[in-house]
Design a protein around this ligand. Structure first.
Ligand SMILES: NC(=O)c1ccc[n+]([C@@H]2O[C@H](COP(=O)([O-])OP(=O)(O)OC[C@H]3O[C@@H](n4cnc5c(N)ncnc54)[C@H](OP(=O)(O)O)[C@@H]3O)[C@@H](O)[C@H]2O)c1
Length: 269
C-alpha cells in the first residue's frame, strides 16, 4: 500500500486530532506529500514540529469558511504543484434533541461537515481532474440512518453522501474516483467537542474510548480502501447490519436505534 501513496499529494482536512491526525502520520510514513488544516494553531505547530524533514504543509483554516479553504487549497497547489487525493475528514458532532437545540448548532455542524466538504472539493476539483485523482468523504453510519440527538450531524452526512453520489456520476468518464468511508466508533476527540443544545462542547465522552477502534487502525483501513479505489466502505458489522435492517425493516430499525440511545426516556449516548 505504501507504494501507492509514494509522492502523491494528499490533502487531509482536520489533521490535528483523531482519525485525521492518524491519516496524516500514516501518509507521511508512506512517502506522501501531505497538506492538512485545522482551527488550532498550537496543534498544527506541534504536528509540523514532529515532522521537521517531511513534506508536510500545515495551515490554520476553518473549513466552514470558504476563503480559508481557498487559501488552504491554493497554498497546497503552490507548495506541491498539484493535488492527487483530497480526504474531507474535518468534522464535528452534536448531542441535543431537536426540541432543545439552538438552530445555530445545526447550522454550525452543517457548515463544517457539509459546506466544508463542498468548498474543499470544489476548489481542489480542477487539479484532481487533471491528476485523475481521488476525492474521499469521511462519513458515518449517520449518513445512512438517523440517530437521535444528532439531527444536524445526520443531515450533514446524508448531504455529504448525496453530494458525492451526484459528483461521482458527473465524473464517471473523467478517471476521477469519488468515494466515502464510514468508520464505526473510533477513539478520538469527537465526543468531547460535540455541541450541546446551546453550542458549547460536551467536554467528555459517554463511551469508553479505550474500548473503541484506534484512530491508527481506522486510518490504515481507510488508506487501504483509497488505494483499492473502493466505492464505499462501512467498517463494522454492527453498522452494516443496522443499515441493512433500516433498508428492509425500517420500523424495526427505529425501535432498535431508540433502544440503543435512550434509557428511561433520556438520551444517554
Ligand atoms: N470518531 C468516530 O467515532 C467517528 C465515527 C464515524 C465518523 N467519524 C468522522 O470522522 C471524521 C474525523 O472525526 P474524529 O473522530 O477524528 O474527530 P476529532 O478527533 O474531533 O478530530 C476532528 C479534526 O477536525 C478538525 N476540525 C474540526 N472542525 C474543523 C473546522 N471547522 N475546520 C477545520 N478543521 C476542523 C479538528 O481540529 P480543530 O478542532 O483544531 O479545528 C480535528 O483535527 C469526522 O468527519 C467524523 O464525523 C468519526
Amino acid at each position: 500500500m505504501s507504494s501507492y501513496f509514494k509522492d502523491k499529494v494528499v490533502i487531509v482536512t482536520g489533521g490535528t486530532d483523531g482519525i485525521g491526525k492518524a491519516l496524516v502520520e500514516e501518509l507521511l510514513s508512506a512517502g506522501a506529500k501531505v497538506a492538512t488544516c485545522g482551527r488550532d494553531n498550537d496543534k498544527l505547530y506541534r504536528l509540523q514540529s514532529a515532522y521537521p524533514s517531511y513534506p508536510l504543509h500545515t495551515m490554520v483554516a476553518d473549513v466552514s469558511n470558504e476563503n480559508d479553504c481557498r487559501r488552504f487549497i491554493e497554498t497546497t497547489i503552490k507548495f506541491f504543484g498539484n493535488i492527487d487525493i483530497l480526504i474531507n475528514n474535518a468534522g464535528i458532532s452534536m448531542r441535543a434533541l431537536l426540541k432543545d437545540a439552538s438552530i445555530d448548532v445545526i447550522r454550525k455542524v452543517m457548515d463544517i461537515n457539509f459546506f466544508g466538504t463542498v468548498y474543499c472539493t470544489k476548489l481542489a476539483l480542477n487539479s484532481i481532474i487533471e491528476r485523475k485523482g481521488t476525492i474521499v468523504g469521511v462519513s458515518s453510519v449517520a449518513g445512512y440512518r438517523g440517530l437521535p440527538g444528532r439531527t444536524g450531524y445526520n443531515a450533514s452526512k446524508f448531504a455529504m453522501q448525496g453530494f458525492f453520489e451526484a459528483l461521482r456520476t458527473e465524473l464517471l468518464d473523467s478517471g476521477v474516483h469519488v468515494m466515502w468511508v464510514c468508520p464505526g466508533f473510533t477513539a478520538s476527540n469527537i465526543r468531547n467537542t460535540a455541541l450541546l443544545k446551546d453550542g458549547t462542547p460536551q467536554g467528555f465522552s459517554t463511551l469508553d474510548e479505550s474500548s473503541l477502534m484506534t484512530a491508527e487502525k481506522c486510518a490504515t483501513i481507510t488508506l487501504r480502501a483509497i488505494a483499492k479505489r473502493k466505492r464505499t466502505l462501512i467498517y463494522t458489522f454492527a453498522d452494516k447490519r443496522i443499515i441493512w435492517i433500516n433498508k428492509f425493516f425500517p420500523r424495526l430499525a427505529d425501535k432498535m436505534v431508540r433502544k440503543f440511545f435512550f434509557k428511561e426516556g433520556k438520551l444517554v449516548k
